[in-house]
Design a protein. Structure first.
Length: 258
């Protein structure tokens, strides 16, 4: 069956946990996981598992959902909106707040009950799960909150604001894939100008025109200070200006982290 898998990780949890008692640690996790889980289930998602400060969910199983990718993207936007609201509420109370990193990928998967005769859980297995997990981790590289694959973007259909980030090869997978940042419906900064500048910078980067690419990414930062992807590409361009990439370079980035 074809599904959309989502991995979610609470950003900043380790730092917050360092100052909490064991009871406070559990309370913090539950205060976040409870509304996140409710939202996922309300969107028809299947909650797979919690692992420390992360969770895994998917759409398209056990019952078929032709719009599984669209549901997952809508859920991702709603989750980020929820996280922002929780952050405001906790900040007003003087409490630590957390962010959320999300990775989404659509593709074939094996679904079923996995475990022992007495203890098992319904889960999905396969390359789709691995890629979704890697894309969640890729947010650390790009300084983003939500990354989805081209497969998810295409299946989700129109109506979503995305930014093409890179073509990457993830650990454990030979085939490269194009990845996108899923942007909120109502961003604080109007995206038209800086998205066009970022796209122009990417084109210049892929052509090896480092000076032009640098100027484009600097302009992005003028409109959107501290933009993670622009900062990353600006650093890459400056490194390539000093030491050009090897012959045959095609712009693909190796993501070897989880």
């Amino acid at each position: 069956m074809v599904v959309t898998a989502m991995f979610a990780d609470l950003r900043g949890f380790s730092q917050a946990a360092a100052s909490l008692s064991p009871q406070g640690l559990i309370q913090l996790l539950n205060e976040y996981f409870s509304p996140l889980t409710d939202l996922i289930l309300a969107q028809g998602g299947t909650l797979d598992k919690y692992v420390a400060d992360s969770l895994m969910a998917f759409w398209g199983a056990p019952l078929p959902q032709p719009d599984h990718a669209r549901r997952a993207c809508q859920t991702a936007l709603a989750l980020q909106e929820l996280i922002a609201r929780l952050a405001r509420e906790r900040h007003s109370q003087g409490l630590p707040s957390l962010g959320l990193r999300l990775g989404l990928h659509s593709g074939p998967a094996v679904a079923g009950n996995v475990g022992s005769h007495d203890r098992f859980n319904y889960t999905i297995l396969g390359d789709t799960v691995n890629v979704a997990s890697r894309l969640e981790g890729a947010n650390r590289v790009f300084g983003t909150d939500t990354i989805l694959s081209d497969a998810t973007r295409i299946r989700a259909g129109s109506g979503f604001l995305v930014r093409e980030l890179d073509t990457v090869q993830v650990h454990g997978r030979l085939q490269a894939l194009t990845i996108f940042e899923l942007l909120p419906d109502n961003p604080e900064t109007p995206p038209t100008v800086w998205l066009s500048l970022f796209k122009a910078g990417r084109l210049a980067y892929l052509k090896g025109d480092w000076p032009l690419a640098c100027r484009c990414f600097e302009e992005v930062l003028h409109h959107k200070p501290q933009d993670g992807p622009a900062l990353l590409y600006l650093e890459r361009c400056r490194e390539f200006q000093a030491t050009p990439p090897p012959p045959g370079w095609n712009g693909t980035t190796l993501l070897d982290g989880k």
